[in-house]
Design a protein around this ligand. Structure first.
Ligand code: XMP
Length: 510
């Protein structure tokens, strides 16, 4: 176990992630965590993260000096490095030149941190304070043009201070530097795997929940599915999952979720499927404006969920599938942790009666959640499901949503997804789906005139879903999809491919 002590920096979770990538288990604790607690966990190494403060200022986050006398290796990063130097008698002050971005750094390759690393490499810097004088017993083992102490260390005491951010990918050899620390300096075995996360989480959930009751809103997406299975494995029938089928899911999706979580599935939990399709269609009748549709879908979810929760009565915990990027997106992040409202459903009901929220995936990134899902034996089609918005097909149908239109878009989308997978493109395109334009136009089928809908195919490549470009799908594949949709989906006589990037478009089609 390596413990990361969080001082509020923006890359803290990345540190934990990189350590886990070295197959070393790692947990993050606030700097307010008592040293006795840290000691009791018997970590092999400690990492102090960056943070937005100046360590010499009154009231800045700090830690007891005893931390450096435990005989446990400590690595300080950025603010953590400055704090270590400050506490141990070095000097930190405002840097004459603020460094930000990719920066050339020269390192001493005789240091254990830089084994097998070039003397001159590129690191990611982001600081306005700098270490102007190292603490007694420390030597400088790295510098840049503007930063005389980019790295300082006291190998006898296993204390290391790095001004740059090895956890950020722009630090070319960052991963190796962190690996050198956790493996060579701390002596971790590097044999941890996702199954240990699963095992530890199950244990922790059992301890926390005791014989309490837990309620989970299951959407069928990756995150809530993995969270639900973790809970199911930990506490079995003490868990009740409520799955609201709002009639805006992809083709067969409701049944797929039921197959996994329902009474015929492999898990021992209480599963409630609420077939609320008609209710939603009724509410959505005549509504064309996209935001109005979203609002109705979100509010109706809350209402349905509340009704179910009332039937179940008071519970002790509510599970949410929040993952780390959700925490970052909502601007929270470890130190200032506040519970985020479910971003899929626009806030959970106020009066579901529960004591506390459990978020077992809060520290994981999406690909780590997927790995955990596979470890847990969740079927691949669920684990590798592409992102699907909470409001579902409601925001892939332009204009009024009706049962008939939902059926059309479901069928077209199923064909599209099938052909993309057959062509082997499913892993390289980040998101793809069919949407129903509200446009009808004249066509000819056999000898007959038709007046039917146009389907739009969308496929995008993106890293962060904030910007995106349309994917280049081979013409033969598009042609095949077009052919099948026209022939197999009643009510469609035209298929178009949406070339728009984001911006100016959005990924969804609403
Ligand atoms: P846009 O359309 O904003 O989509 O470019 C960006 C990404 O966010 C997803 N998306 C949502 N996901 N609830 C969600 O869980 C929503 O209300 C929602 N709206 C958009 C979209 O699928 C894409 O991946």
């Amino acid at each position: 176990l390596v413990i990361v002590i969080d001082f509020g920096g923006q890359y803290n979770q990345l540190v934990a992630r990189r350590v886990r990538e070295c197959n070393v288990y790692c947990e993050i604790y606030s700097y307010k965590t008592d040293i006795e607690k840290i000691k009791s966990m018997n970590p092999k190494g400690i990492i102090l993260t960056g943070g937005p403060n100046s360590c010499y200022e009154e009231g800045a986050p700090t830690y007891t000096k005893d931390l450096f006398e435990l005989g446990i290796p400590v690595l300080g990063l950025c603010y953590g490095a400055q704090l270590m130097q400050h506490i141990l008698g070095g000097k930190v002050e405002k840097a004459p030149v603020r460094e930000y971005g990719k920066t050339e750094v020269h390192v001493d390759t005789t240091s254990k941190l830089f084994e097998e690393i070039e003397e001159d490499t590129v690191c990611w810097m982001s600081h306005f304070d700098y270490i102007s004088k190292v603490a007694p017993g420390f030597k400088i083992t790295g510098y840049t043009k503007d930063c005389p102490v980019a790295v300082a260390e006291c190998p006898e005491k296993k204390l290391y201070a790095i001004q740059f951010h090895p956890e950020v990918l722009h630090t070319v050899r960052g991963k190796e530097i962190l690996s050198n620390y956790v493996i060579n300096v701390c002596g971790c075995a590097g044999d941890w795997k996702m199954d240990s996360f699963v095992e530890n989480s199950i244990k922790a959930i059992r301890e926390k929940v005791g014989d309490g009751k837990v309620l989970c809103a299951l959407s069928g997406g990756v995150d809530s599915s993995v969270a639900a299975v973790l809970l199911a494995k930990a506490i079995g029938k003490q868990l009740t999952c409520v799955f609201v089928d709002h009639g805006l899911l992809r083709k067969n999706e409701g049944d797929e979720v039921e197959a996994v979580f329902g009474p015929d599935g492999p898990y021992d939990l209480n599963f409630i499927r609420v077939n609320a399709q008609e209710r939603y269609y009724k509410k959505l009748a005549g509504v064309e404006e996209p935001e109005a549709k979203r609002k109705i879908i979100g509010e109706e979810f809350i209402r349905v969920f509340e009704e179910e929760a009332k039937k179940i009565g008071a519970v002790d915990y509510l599970v949410q599938g929040t993952i780390y990027p959700d925490v970052v997106e909502s601007g929270l992040g470890g130190e200032s942790a506040v519970i985020k409202s479910h971003h899929n459903v626009g806030g959970l009901p106020d009066y579901v009666d529960f004591k506390e929220i459990i978020e077992p995936l809060r520290d994981l990134f999406k690909d780590e959640v997927r790995k955990a899902g596979l470890e847990l034996g969740i079927p691949e089609y669920l684990v590798f499901r592409q992102p699907f918005p909470g409001p579902g097909l409601g925001i892939r149908i332009i204009g009024e949503v009706t049962a008939e239109k939902v059926k059309i878009v479901q069928d077209a989308d199923a064909i599209y997804r099938e052909e993309i997978a057959k062509a082997g493109l499913d892993k390289e395109i980040n998101q793809y789906f069919a949407a129903l334009t509200n446009m009808r136009s004249v066509g000819v089928m056999g000898d007959e005139r038709t007046y039917d809908y146009a389907i739009a195919l969308r496929a995008v490549k993106t890293i962060d879903f904030m910007t995106a470009e349309s994917a280049e799908i081979p013409y033969e594949v598009l042609n095949k999809v077009m052919n099948r949709i026209i022939n197999e989906v009643k009510g469609v006589n035209r298929v178009m491919y949406d070339l728009t990037s984001k911006p100016p478009g959005t990924i969804e089609f609403e």
